[in-house]
Design a protein around this ligand. Structure first.
Ligand SMILES: Cc1cc2nc3c(=O)[nH]c(=O)nc-3n(C[C@H](O)[C@H](O)[C@H](O)COP(=O)(O)O)c2cc1C
Length: 204
């Protein structure tokens, strides 16, 4: 890497969540490049438990958006949210997914993790698989940033995993974790908002 460390760190910090895109498509070769970088993430036992479903714009994406939004509406109603807000929030979620030039569902598989008889270590393995898949998602966001793309991690699939499995006909061991929308940025992010280091770090 030719960037001096300070410049590189500043660049990493300049990644922001982007939720609005212009309409230009993201070429498949570019998505493959980004996914390769995601797959270079570290993982527990080098198990590489991340999996990705790239969802093309079109019928499949519409079905996915409708199913995720349906679950979202159901949850909001159960929470007692008033109907006009339920509709508004669900339709915003649908718009976000439909208007993104590219959409990737990040999944996690536990198939290659170590199997233990006891619950404590089984839980630790599950957590390690999720941690590893999340690191791949983080690298995907940075790789998109490196290519000049905007991206945002969205949690919808975590709340509607069966809907995602059904619509995308995912392999049985793929557990949907997140939706990452990508495209060419059409918004300036709000100023960065972070807690000061003193609130998040202790030194011993
Ligand atoms: C696990 C996770 C879930 C997120 N879910 C959503 C989401 O559902 N919708 C959304 O608009 N942004 C979502 N985000 C993006 C965060 O809101 C964003 O990262 C945070 O506000 C910090 O802003 P920044 O990414 O621009 O630094 C999520 C991020 C993470 C890591």
């Amino acid at each position: 890497m030719s960037l001096p460390p300070e410049a590189l760190l500043n660049w990493i910090e300049s990644r922001r969540s982007i939720r609005r895109f212009d309409g230009r498509p993201v070429p498949r070769a570019l998505l493959e490049r980004i996914l390769n970088t995601a797959c270079a993430a570290p993982s527990a036992h080098n198990s590489q438990p991340w999996r990705f479903a790239v969802v093309s714009a079109g019928e499949e994406r519409r079905k996915l958006a409708d199913r995720i939004a349906g679950e979202f509406q159901r949850d909001l109603r159960a929470d007692g949210v008033k109907e006009s807000d339920v509709e508004g929030r669900a339709s915003r979620a649908v718009d976000r997914l439909l208007s993104a030039p590219a959409a990737v569902i990040l999944c996690c598989t536990k198939s290659d993790m170590t199997r233990f008889a006891d619950a404590r270590r089984s839980q630790a393995e599950t957590t390690m698989a999720l941690q590893s898949a999340s690191l791949a998602g983080g690298q995907l966001l940075l790789a998109a940033h490196a290519e000049g793309l905007g991206a945002c991690w969205m949690c919808g699939p975590l709340f509607a995993p069966q809907a995602v499995r059904d619509v995308l006909r995912l392999p049985a061991d793929w557990e949907p974790q997140a939706l990452i929308v990508l495209g060419w940025p059409a918004e300036e992010p709000a100023p960065r908002d972070r807690r000061p280091l003193d609130d998040t770090v202790i030194w011993r």
